[in-house]
Design a protein around this ligand. Structure first.
Ligand code: OMP
Length: 279
């Protein structure tokens, strides 16, 4: 039996909980600021607190795998538990792993994050298409089978991204637009929303690209990287209703109190809803 597609599940979560995604990025500096040690116990406590505070109210939680991988297998065990608990509390989990490799290796990444019996199975995963969009095929196919999503880097929030992503492809389109057009083809005919998302930074000012991919648009960059919810309509234009703004440090810095984390997420959700509605 096939699962309900990710795009449909995400649309519902965005409509009921609001579109905010909170990133779980246990930076060493945040552990210290929370009065925790930069060790496995600190990581475990930090992660548990964020999940407890937010998994029952935000649409998406996005653990950044690198911050867990740096502790080795014990860090991965914390990550596995967080994914399970966050999903059980009703959040969609977007694993931020930004994987990208030749197709045969991409198959192993797909088995890791997108096959239902895997310990790290997540609702969606971030991937890089800059080995060629076709290299992502094993992940795209696995996601269809398991009802999961794939978020593909298009125009990243960091200033260095432009030299690659704005470069001109052989047919005259920018590389980012080429990737966005591939995503649109994957999502064609899907309602209410396709399951292949694009990552487009909220920091860009104006995306300068056609973002009508009939899929979600993950927008990191609000808070620590300088963007605000008010920037979203300018960056995303007519596609702003499909934007999932993602904030990590801007929320996490308000811990360790559960109330502080919840207030930060609620305030951002209100600001995002107002910006999207054009108020
Ligand atoms: O895929 C991402 O989430 C991502 C893409 C991008 O273009 N820029 C970007 O900052 N991110 C991630 O989003 C998070 C941003 O964190 P803050 O700047 O603390 O909100 C980090 O986990 C980044 O790895």
């Amino acid at each position: 039996m096939s699962s309900e597609p990710f795009g449909a599940r995400l649309r519902r979560a965005m409509d009921t909980r609001g579109p905010l995604c909170v990133g779980i990025d246990p930076h060493a500096s945040l552990l210290t600021a929370w009065g925790l040690n930069d060790d496995i116990a600190g990581l475990e406590r930090f992660t548990r607190t964020v999940v407890e505070a937010l998994a029952d109210r935000v649409a998406v939680l996005k653990p950044q795998s690198a911050f867990f991988e740096r502790f080795g297998s014990r860090g991965i065990a914390v990550l596995e538990k967080a994914v399970e608990e966050a999903r059980a509390a009703g959040a969609l989990v977007l694993m931020d792993a930004k994987r990208g490799d030749i197709g045969s290796t991409m198959g192993a990444y797909a088995a890791t994050y997108l096959e239902k019996d895997s310990p790290l199975f997540s609702d969606a995963v971030t991937v890089s298409p800059y080995l060629g969009f076709g290299s992502l095929r094993p992940a795209l196919d696995a996601a269809v089978l398991s009802g999961a999503g794939v978020f593909v880097l298009a125009l990243t929030s960091n200033p260095e991204g432009a030299e690659v992503q704005r470069a001109t492809a052989a047919d005259g389109r920018s590389l980012a637009q080429l990737m966005l057009d591939h995503m649109a083809a994957e999502n064609e005919g899907m309602t209410p929303l396709g399951s292949v998302g694009a990552v487009v930074g909220a920091t860009l000012g104006d995306a300068g690209a056609n973002l009508a991919i009939n899929g979600p648009l993950l927008a990191p960059g609000i808070g620590a990287q300088g963007a605000t919810p008010a920037d979203l309509p300018g960056v995303f234009g007519a596609s702003v209703g499909n934007v999932v703004p993602s904030v990590s440090r801007g929320v996490l810095s308000q811990g360790p109190a559960v109330a502080g984390l919840r207030e930060a997420a609620e305030r951002l959700t209100d600001e995002i809803r107002a910006a999207v509605a054009g108020r």
